[in-house]
Design a protein around this ligand. Structure first.
Ligand code: DOR
Ligand code: ZN
Length: 328
């Protein structure tokens, strides 16, 4: 429910590695320049489907536009497009390629109202500009205000990282959330507690053990408002292994086996299907291409790097063995 495929050669390399395993994905619009117009959205969708190759038939890209205080007329036109799924809101400067994001939530109100009336989901990157460990916590009042002011607007907190954010799901009927693989597995100590591990650096950054435990418990218990949003966010190796590391963890090709392992170890395999798809289908009334993925508890080596089209991307678990594999 949250996937970065980038553009150009990086899109050619990472789209098949993602489309192979997922029947659909919400495609993030934070390209350079961001996807703000229908025409660029549809052209991007076409490039994605071309890059997906043989997987295109069983992969539905659910397209988003970058939130830009769109007018009601624009949103009405958007809703008429089958490819359009939602608006993605970034606070200006909060993460990768988000400089053109929202600076004033007051000015965005007319757009929120129109989205509410038209049934268009609002996907939010919920981080403030404060202290890195508190950026999500500082954003929670904004979520609360939005949820109260626009009670019919479906608000999705895109990849929550804290127990405090999780509690908003029970507080507000119209608030939902995605969570990533890495935030179910790691804490800040894994990123920066020993040697710095750039391939685990993402935004919002992984938090405390108690946050991870709360998120994991919610996922394993089958929380009906929590969806898997991989936030698989590939960056070229030279932009991760350098001075000034880009934020993002590339997880698309390893996510399903790693989740199967995690859910199996916790005797919760029966909850996996809803977490990776069923909840999203129900919450948004989604219909994506039919696809069957078979997972088996059979070891699967993860490449040290994926390369192609002149690009190199290092996945999570690079060079390790996963305990589970996608076998069909
Ligand atoms: O770590 C991240 N990477 N978080 C985001 O919100 C954006 C993403 C990216 O685009 O690389
Ligand atoms: Zn993202």
């Amino acid at each position: 429910m949250h996937l970065h495929l980038r553009d150009g050669d990086m899109c050619r390399l990472t789209t098949p590695l993602s489309a192979e395993y997922f029947s659909g994905a919400v495609i993030m619009p934070n390209l350079v320049p961001p996807v703000t117009e229908f025409d660029s959205m549809d052209a991007y969708r076409t490039r994605i489907l071309e890059a997906a190759g043989a997987h295109a038939e069983s992969f539905t890209p659910l397209m988003t536009l970058f939130f830009k205080n769109q007018t009601r007329a624009t949103l009405e036109a958007a809703r008429a497009r089958e490819s359009f799924f939602a608006l993605k809101l970034y606070p200006a400067g909060a993460t990768t390629n988000s400089d053109g994001g929202v600076t004033d939530f007051g000015e965005a109100e007319a757009t929120f109202r129109a989205m509410e009336d038209l049934g268009i989901p609002l996907l939010v990157h919920g981080e403030s500009h404060g202290f890195v460990m508190d950026r999500e916590a500082e954003f929670l009042p904004t979520y609360r205000r939005l949820a109260q002011t626009f009670p019919r607007l479906k608000i999705c907190m895109e990849h929550i990282t804290t127990a405090a954010a999780l509690s908003l799901l029970d507080e507000f009927e119209n608030v939902f959330a995605t969570v990533t693989l890495q935030h179910l597995l790691i804490t800040l100590d894994d990123v920066a507690g020993g040697m710095l591990r750039p391939h685990l650096f993402c935004k919002p950054i992984a938090k405390r053990p108690e946050d991870r435990s709360a998120l994991l418990a919610a996922a394993l218990s089958g929380h009906p408002k929590l969806m898997f949003g991989s936030d698989s966010a590939p960056h070229p190796r030279h932009k991760k292994e350098c001075c000034g590391c880009a934020a993002g963890v590339f997880t698309a090709p390893v996510a399903l086996p790693a989740l199967a392992d995690l859910f199996a170890k916790n005797n919760a395999l029966d909850k996996l299907q809803d977490f990776v798809g069923g909840n999203a289908r129900r919450i948004y009334g989604l219909k994506t291409a039919p696809k069957k993925v078979v997972l088996e508890d059979k070891p699967c080596p993860v490449p040290a790097v994926y390369e192609g089209y002149g690009e190199h991307v290092v996945p999570m678990f690079a060079g390790e063995n996963l305990a589970w594999s996608v076998v069909a």
